[in-house]
Design a protein around this ligand. Sequence first.
Ligand code: PEP
Ligand code: MN
Length: 356
Amino acid sequence: MNLIQKIKEASRPFLIAGPCSAESPEQVMSVAKKLAASGKTQLLRAGIWKPRTRPNSFEGMGDIALPWLVEAGRETGLPVTTEIANRNHTELALKAGVDVLWIGARTTVNPFAIQEIADVLKGVDIPVMIKNPVNPDLDLWIGAFERLEKAGVRDLSAIHRGFSIYKHPKYRNVANWEIPIALRERLPNIPIICDPSHISGNRDLLLEVSQKAMDLNFDGLMIETHPTPEKAWSDAAQQLTPEALNILLNQLVLRTNDSSYLEHKELHDSRMKIAQLDDKLFDFLTERMQLAEKVGLFKREHNITILQQEHWTKSITARLSKSEEYNLSERFIRQFMDAIHQESIRHQTKVMNNRQ
Ligand code: PEP
Ligand code: MN
């Protein structure tokens, strides 16, 4: 099958659904039948080998579950996909007749594992979806695409599943939407699927993450679906029943990406004004950096360090306390101030070390 073409031809979102893990033939078949009946799912997923963080979690049923997935696909007419992480998985999945392979986040981080998979796939005509690596590294993600492309695998798609973080206040993983957006810039022809299940880790948050992905013009969604989610052997908190999945899909607001609207006068005028403000913002930044250099000269003359922690803490705290007044999030203020500060340090370092 040609997955890229299918994704491009489907009405958004191209939907991949199915359980986190295949648990029994009945579980896979019952969820597949319900998904097929509603007509929205285009690709059936189920994990056969599960890369779990801790060793005592359920690690998947292994090879014996491959025919359960393939059989559920045949019975319902849905193509099927599973995660592969090494040579053995890849060979077994190909032999079993799995239609599409996906590479998980814990595998994308490892170029040896990716190369091993690419070597098995040399000369094999099968679509592969590559999840982002667990760490927010765009080049590592792109490297996996390049390894597979070099092996001749042409039908490649991306899955954005968020990035590991220690204690996110809300989600299981941090979305870092700018990374899939940057991937799209670098590899414009690769479809991008969002996996809100692994980003949020919580079924109550699936709608907001899915909506965001649609608003960012992602091509599709991969959502974990289980007949009895609370009893699932893996990722119980984030799975949905097929019925709840239908409700979620009906609640999604799908907006157009029609570029003819870009000519609209009102939009054009606002964008012009924004561009002028951005120009001003950069003029201010230039002026600010000139002052930072002046301060740098003073520090050099008096032999004091570039970083004056107390002063910096004071300036950032002052800005953060005005977050409501500015109507800007504290997170944004911090990131923006950190970026300005880094640039300021760069300018001062240049001035400090200019000894002629
Ligand atoms: C999964 O899809 O079940 C999975 C293990 O995903 P990830 O590689 O994103 O953790
Ligand atoms: Mn899962």
